[in-house]
Design a protein around this ligand. Structure first.
Ligand SMILES: [Fe+2]
Length: 229
């Protein structure tokens, strides 16, 4: 489910796109990148998606205790489950004190067959949780998201894998069985200085606990060719 690469080893021909396709989550250690180096790395993965709030650049967002998501718990989700945009992948860079909150991932390609069978014919409707409205979106975005009422199939095939997609924190249905599985079978990332995470956002549901202190990460979301939704 995860692969660990040292940043220094990337120039010898590591194919990050291929690794992302096969593993779903990549951990890059010892990166310590400037903003421009981080942008170049993000652009090598796909087409970066522009964003409006909490940015240091037109597509690099700041995730911090003072801005996006602040310091509260963020429940299980897939990024932008409620938007129609092509948010296929996410790259996140530890700028300052990432270790104050671990990021936890559930590989939804590995969800049990029984759960996939159970939800195969169903669709989920997604909308941002109320507490994020003011912090993460412009008024215009919220209006647009309400109008869109994004629906997605719970089960779809992606990179030859059957994925159970249900972004628990952004849908109003209760999936206690999926939650129980994800809470039990997950990878918990303990951030180190210089860490970068890259994940397949259709496949990896993730969450973060509340924390105290100053914590800053850079985030870019990007589109991957031939994604299913
Ligand atoms: Fe997220």
């Amino acid at each position: 489910m995860t692969v660990i690469v040292n940043y220094g080893a990337l120039e010898s021909g590591t194919d990050l796109k291929e690794l992302l396709r096969s593993e779903g989550l990549i951990i890059i250690r010892r990166a310590n990148l400037s903003l421009n180096q981080f942008k170049a790395l993000a652009e090598s993965l796909g087409t970066p998606l522009k964003t409006e709030k909490h940015t240091v650049h037109d597509y690099v967002q700041i995730v911090s205790n003072k801005g996006l998501f602040e310091d509260k718990e963020v429940d299980w989700h897939n990024d932008w489950s409620y938007g129609r945009g092509k948010y296929h992948g996410t790259i996140l860079c530890n700028v300052n004190s990432g270790h104050l909150a671990n990021t936890i991932f559930a590989d939804m390609a590995k969800a049990p067959k029984e759960l996939k069978e159970k939800y195969k014919k169903e669709y989920g409707e997604y909308f941002p949780p109320q507490e994020l409205h003011d912090k993460c979106f412009t008024e215009k975005q919220i209006k647009l998201l309400k109008k869109m009422r994004v629906r997605r199939p719970f089960v779809f095939t992606h990179n030859d894998l059957e994925i159970l997609y249900c972004s628990l924190g952004t849908t109003d249905k209760d999936f206690s069985d999926v939650r129980e599985w994800a809470d039990t079978y997950n990878y918990e990332h303990y951030w180190r200085p210089g860490d970068i995470l890259i994940w397949d956002n259709l496949r990896m549901m993730h969450k973060r606990p509340a924390f105290k202190g100053e914590r800053t990460l850079w985030r870019v979301q990007f589109e991957i060719e031939n994604a299913p939704i």
